[in-house]
Write a protein that binds this ligand. Sequence first.
Ligand code: SF4
Ligand code: SF4
Length: 415
Amino acid sequence: MKLQEFTSSAHNFEECMKCTVCAAYCPVVQVNPRYPGPKQAGPDGERLRLKDPIFFDEALKYCLNCKRCEVACPSGVNVADIIQEARMKYGKSKPRLRDRILASTDVMGPLAVPFAPVVNFATGLGVTKAVLHATMGIDRHRTFPKYSSRTFEAWFRRNALKEQRKYDNRVAFFHGCYVNYNYPALGKDFVKIMNAIGYGVELLDKEQCCGVAMISNGMYDGAVKHARNNVSALSKAVDKGLKILTTSSTCTFTMRDEYPSLLKVDNSAVRDSILLATRFIYEQVESGAVKLAFKDGYKARIAYHTPCHMEKLGWGVFSKAILARIPGVEFTALDSNCCGISGTYGFKKENYGVSQAIGKPLFDHIASVNPDFVACDCETCKWQIEMSTGYKVLNPISVLAEALDLEKTARINGF
Ligand code: SF4
Ligand code: SF4
């Protein structure tokens, strides 16, 4: 596919009424004077770029693609898509080696997992960080996510696959790179909960990274390949009548909305079947199909952070409702703020200061609430919040797995 084929499809820039509401909600505008802002970079700039591509401004690279402008826009202008498509079409800068490494999560994962203790030790050393800062442009202040010594897929095949066959009801699980290579415990929690509410879990046939990091690092051809592969794998599950559940709001958003809007990959056969696990569980409980039994004496003060892509999905309500209803939980919904990491953006030394400045209101709010831990459906927000505040961050699925009496839940659901 040629890059030109990506561009200029459903632009609705003419619907902009120049209210500048989007600028008030853009986290970059607040801290980076070099960024022209969503209105100027999006609809205003698009009018000029269509006249002459010379009007393309390389400062569009500062956009996080967080979609907050789209959530705020009263006219429904797809501001962030317009900006991203302009970068795809007119951007001159090519991804650097650093960008390729940061974006290739499912290449780096299989390389790192067999040597996880060594890799984790080495990437935690100050000297390694200094070298990466000087040679690759990965900021020395960053904490790298740890790799697991065994992938989630390997654990699942060996420890869970056989057990899943006893369930008549099934769901497919898109685990994503983070669960597979970094944090299999989250995938295990997901399987435990699904089994307790009477669902067996299947993995997809040849899942690949959703491609979000490739999109943000300008590797569009690679992102399209991944999207096509995943739509094909997801289609096989949908053909079997399965819902596809995820534990990552960003993977969910990318596969549902970025595939067709940015990558022009038709996902219409699978889109509505891709759900965040918390939404699925919430709907099962609300419909009365499933009951949850909680441990006696569970207590936690939880502050929930809504990731930007979750804001765009509009699904934060499901995770919040599930957490807030756990007996013994003192729940706070944090103000809606970007954490500043935006996937790999905050790892780059030229973005580190902006990334931390964007996240500061969120970090301050967490400190003022002083919870036992933060809950969040996005792995990169987790890295950013843990590094910047010292508070532990858990996915709502892991919180639920800890709070539930799994045996009792299985029993009352007839399993
Ligand atoms: S919020 Fe929407 S309508 Fe208002 S300036 Fe931004 S893009 Fe235009
Ligand atoms: S996507 Fe985010 S960073 Fe980009 S213009 Fe919109 S609000 Fe600003």
